[in-house]
Write a protein that binds this ligand. Structure first.
Ligand code: PLP
Length: 382
């Protein structure tokens, strides 16, 4: 048992119904620390985990943002890098305060993390168990599902509605003993929105003692209201924030769990909690750039609409997304499409068992999308 796996946590887990086997797996998982490679986007992506890509590869597989951090964030990184011999704990506190202010929350409602994967993973460990399941949309982001299965919690996958929203009524019906309702808005992979009224309905009708885990990794690309106003009302909700997407900081690592103190406090036990000063300082600097979200959102919208126009021109079925990725059905199985495009040095995202004909494509730079379109037409003509 390592330092992260305290007696107190062990007792809590036993109380929550972990048996010897799931308990042992959880211990091994926690002891793995940073090696929890199964839960993040690169580990899930079909083509981002294959080592160095060839020169000139178009990498549109992992919903990254090729724009990278804004200039102010880069300057902040340079500032703290020189002091890299120190832990610089204060950078995380400064970030948490800045994020709380930006989100209209009390400072203790913000728990900073190195991205949102860690927080997502800990939420599953803290609020599901062999007796309390995870309920999520299908297709949906799989990281939480994998963590739940790993520790022996049941998983209920509920198909999206015909308009690609989460079917919140079916989700609530799925299990009266659910521990976590995971709702990604806009969804990954579909890039589609679940209306605010549905989210509020879920909160009002979910079983007592369960939690809504609202993953807003891509919300900055949309006009949707942030879920933080529900956090501020002290509801049973934790919102996940990340700087990996619109803010262009996937490799730098900054994010947060936003929720009532009694909820996010339960995440503390599951890790050592030291955060990268570079990621923290860059996130703080990004928050101070008032037009960044608006500008990048508008740029993404233009690029996205160009992709939709291309699909329509060539009669390629697609799902209208509001995010930095969208899904296409090019008339051949998505996996086959991915391999054929890889032969053209274009690496697209994975597909989901629920929709095997649809592939997820990340929207990269204009030049990358031109290369993608050219390669796609070549593959389809062959
Ligand atoms: N949540 C969703 C929906 C994602 O798509 C991703 C990554 O792609 C994450 C969370 C985790 O990202 P990160 O740990 O970089 O914040």
């Amino acid at each position: 048992m390592n330092q992260h796996f305290s007696q107190e946590l062990a007792q809590d887990l036993l109380r929550r119904g972990y048996n010897r086997r799931s308990f042992g797996r959880l211990a091994a998982l926690l002891a793995g620390g940073a090696g929890l490679s199964f839960y993040n986007e690169p580990a899930l992506a079909q083509f981002s985990n294959i080592g160095a890509l060839p020169d000139g590869a178009v990498k549109i597989n992992a919903n990254e943002n090729p724009a990278g951090p804004c200039p102010e964030a880069r300057a902040a990184i340079a500032r703290v890098a020189g002091m890299g011999g120190r832990y610089q704990y204060e950078e995380a506190s400064i970030f948490a305060r800045a994020l709380a202010e930006a989100e209209g929350l009390k400072p203790d409602y913000v728990m900073p993390f190195p991205g949102s994967s860690d927080a997502l993973h800990r939420m599953i460990l803290a609020f599901t168990s062999p007796g309390r399941s995870l309920v999520l949309g299908d297709p949906g982001y799989e990281a939480g599902e994998r963590a739940a299965r790993y520790i022996g919690a049941a998983v209920h996958k509920v198909p999206l509605t015909p308009s690609y929203a989460h079917d919140v009524e079916a989700m609530v019906k799925a299990d009266p003993n659910a521990g976590v309702f995971y709702l990604c808005n806009p969804n990954n992979p579909s890039g589609t929105v679940t209306p605010r009224a549905a989210i509020e309905w879920l909160l009002a009708n979910k079983p007592a003692g369960s939690i809504l885990l609202l993953d807003e990794a891509y919300v900055h690309f949309t006009e949707e209201p942030y879920g933080t106003s529900l956090v501020a009302k002290d509801r049973d909700i934790v919102v996940l924030r990340t700087f990996s997407k619109l803010y262009g900081m996937a490799g730098l690592r900054a994010g947060a769990a936003l929720g009532r103190l009694d909820l996010i406090d339960r995440l503390r036990t599951y890790g050592a909690g030291i955060l990268p000063a570079t990621g923290m300082a860059a996130a703080t600097a990004s928050l101070a750039c008032k037009d960044l979200v608006k500008t990048r959102r508008a740029e993404m919208k233009t690029l996205r609409e160009e992709q939709f126009a291309f699909c329509e021109k060539h009669k390629i079925r697609y799902i209208p997304s509001v995010s930095n990725k969208w899904m296409i059905d090019a008339g051949i199985p998505a996996r086959e499409l991915a391999w054929k495009l890889a032969a053209e040095n274009v690496y697209i995202g994975r597909s989901w068992p629920a929709w095997p004909s649809y592939a997820r494509i990340t929207i990269g730079t204009a030049a990358e999308m031109a290369r993608f379109q050219q390669a796609l037409l070549k593959v389809l003509a062959a």
